[in-house]
Design a protein around this ligand. Structure first.
Ligand code: GDP
Ligand code: MN
Length: 377
């Protein structure tokens, strides 16, 4: 489960990781000037997406008037399809240097992976691509752990500022402790900054391993604080496995594996999926109707790809669902349907008998994905 920045920073505090003093707000009218923070204050949009700074979701306020003005501007802002519903107000830091650090799992190596770079504050994927030598990758055996000698070597290899060696080593070992003892799948700090007050974790991206919920009381609290998108809530009620993504090609498929590969084929054709939606095995007409209803409520969907491989699922029932949901309707977007497997002949003939100018039938997954990507432009 991915946490918001303010939640990750609460974990930093639990593990004594230095981070600026801050307060979390969702209703700015409740803030008065006796908030206890010292100006300048950074107003930060709380959305689970990177690049908030560039998108205008981070502003530095020099006084109370600006604090209110910027908060008003940022609340409600749409950052890459994420609506800002809350803010973190944080004492601004005087940044001297910006580093990058993360801890994650490397499943193929059966170990943890630490990544460290002196080139923080920017997109780390870009650093990895253009200057791979500037990114230190260190595999850590979970049974051996991470000692200060190894940390100090990495600090040196990554060419971080030597004058802060001890402090950096201390903070890195605490971040590792949070990653392991806090049962995290990811702890990423970008930037981990050198400020005029010393080392400070200015941003947080933390993901929790929910399999460990039984040993962390705070996991449930974090979960309750994270708003579930209306579409995900609706999908849950209809027993659909739906996850919102950021692209424009709506996806409906049966079986997690098939849906995952559909996402891949869409991206191979240069598109991006708007969602993951698995209608499961044995889907009936009403399941398909509900799935299309979920996508209708999503503004970012520009075309829909229905990819069904009938096993337990009968293609004729899926076809009936498509017809029921679309009959006589002016559709918002083109739908590309690929039906194969159990009763696909019957399914295809149902669709052919009930033509809708926005629905195209395709005989291959590859062609269907291509058409869906073109339809989304
Ligand atoms: P992101 O854009 O979503 O990754 O948000 P960050 O929290 O990483 O902030 C982006 C950038 O804003 C940082 O890399 C800094 O350059 C700048 N920034 C964030 N907090 C502060 C601060 O307290 N003081 C100053 N001067 N810059 C800040
Ligand atoms: Mn950041």
């Amino acid at each position: 489960m991915n946490l918001f920045e303010y939640q990750g920073k609460r974990l930093y505090q639990d593990f004594s990781i230095p981070t600026p003093k801050s307060i979390f707000v969702s209703d700015i009218s409740k803030i008065s000037d006796d908030h206890g923070l010292t100006y300048p204050i950074v107003v930060k949009a709380q959305v689970q997406v990177g690049g908030r700074g560039k998108a205008g979701g981070i502003k530095v306020a020099k006084d109370f008037d600006e604090l209110i003005k910027f908060s008003d501007e940022i609340l409600g802002m749409d950052i890459k399809s994420h609506i800002v519903e809350s803010l973190l107000l944080e004492e601004a830091s005087n940044i001297l240097e910006e580093y990058y650090i993360s801890f994650t799992l490397d499943r193929s190596e059966k170990s943890y992976l630490m990544m460290l770079s002196a080139k923080g504050g920017m997109d780390i994927e870009e650093v990895a691509e253009k200057n791979p030598d500037d990114l230190i990758m260190l595999h850590i055996s979970p049974s051996k752990g991470l000692d200060s000698k190894t940390i100090n070597k990495s600090i040196k290899d990554a060419k971080l500022n030597k004058s802060y060696q001890d402090e950096l080593c201390d903070v890195i070992s605490k971040l590792y402790k949070l990653f392991v003892e806090g049962d995290c799948d990811l702890v990423e700090v970008n930037p981990l900054a050198i400020t005029d007050h010393g080392v400070s974790a200015l941003d947080s991206k933390v993901s929790l391993d929910m399999n460990a919920i039984y040993r962390h009381e705070n996991f449930k609290d974090f979960e309750n604080e994270i708003p579930i998108p209306v579409s995900e809530q609706f999908a849950k009620e209809k027993n659909l496995n739906f996850i919102k993504l950021e692209g424009s090609v709506g996806i409906i498929g049966n079986g997690a594996g098939l849906v995952m590969s559909t996402l891949d084929v869409v991206s191979e054709h240069g598109g991006m999926a708007a969602n993951f939606l698995d209608i499961g095995g044995g889907a009936k007409a009403e399941t398909v109707t509900a799935a299309l209803e979920v996508l209708e409520s999503e503004d970012n969907v520009k075309s829909v790809l229905i990819n069904i491989f009938g096993g337990i699922t009968r293609c004729d029932l899926v076809a009936n669902g498509i017809v029921e949901a679309t009959k006589g309707k002016e559709l918002k977007w083109p739908i590309i349907v690929r039906l194969d497997g159990t009763n696909s002949k019957e399914g295809l003939s149902i669709l052919e008998k009930n033509t809708n100018e926005k629905i195209t039938i395709s005989s291959s997954m590859d062609e269907a994905a291509k058409l869906a990507v073109e339809g989304a432009i």
